[in-house]
Design a protein around this ligand. Sequence first.
Ligand SMILES: [Zn+2]
Length: 280
Amino acid sequence: MSNEDFRVISLLTCWLLTISGPSSSLAQEPSDPTLPVSLDVDLQSANLSSADRERSPLIAIDPGHGGREPGAVHRQANGRVDLLEKDVNLEIALRLDALLRDHGFRTALTRADDSDVNVPPSDRNGDGRIDNDDDLQARVDIANAAGAALLFSIHNNGSTSPSVRGTSTWYSIDHPSGAESLRLAALVQTSLLSHLRDIGYLQAVNAGFHDDAGLGKPFGHLFLVGPQTPRVARVSQMPGVVGESLYITSDREAELLKNTDVLNAIAEAYFEAAVEFLTG
Ligand SMILES: [Zn+2]
């Protein structure tokens, strides 16, 4: 083990100890008094120098969809759309970003507002046209340029059947870091379920963590966490998962996703999975 390795492990151990320690005082964002309450860490108590912070792991956070791409939508009985997946994904991502930074991690968000990522529009994957794949390539490029240690693509699910509920996590075993992505997916799935149940959603449905081969995606794989395919000019260079925390199209789960406590719980679930992944 090099000194550098030891230093990183010491930092992570420090984070882990403080995270699992007593939760008497709350690390709250002044801008959001509803931020989660179970984590008792701040940079002073963790005693991180700015040099330490520069060496801390970097987590790429991708709020799925955005701008022209709403993702799944929830409709009221009268047909009016009252919830867009892109907005929920961003809410969760911003909370996760704040949690990670509060605990000394570095982050890279692929978007921080309701916008396309491929701006100005360009043919990023070089296939001769500008489409949503270029927006996905732009997200991969951001994570790669940041040197991320792992990638969370934050989504919520949709179905034509409003009765479908559930929580699932997706990885690609064919990705160059597929084995690590599988390990991350297992951690995310377990963490999402336990946080949703802890906050009172006892009927949360465990839809499992799965390889992306069964999704029927073009060339058999998700773009962000999958391997090289004709769609992908530059593959993501870190382990990654797509998390589908709840179903936007379910009346019950859409209602949950309007609740800031639930959004905070989902963000905490990703946060704790990241810490476990980096320290495990
Ligand atoms: Zn989505």
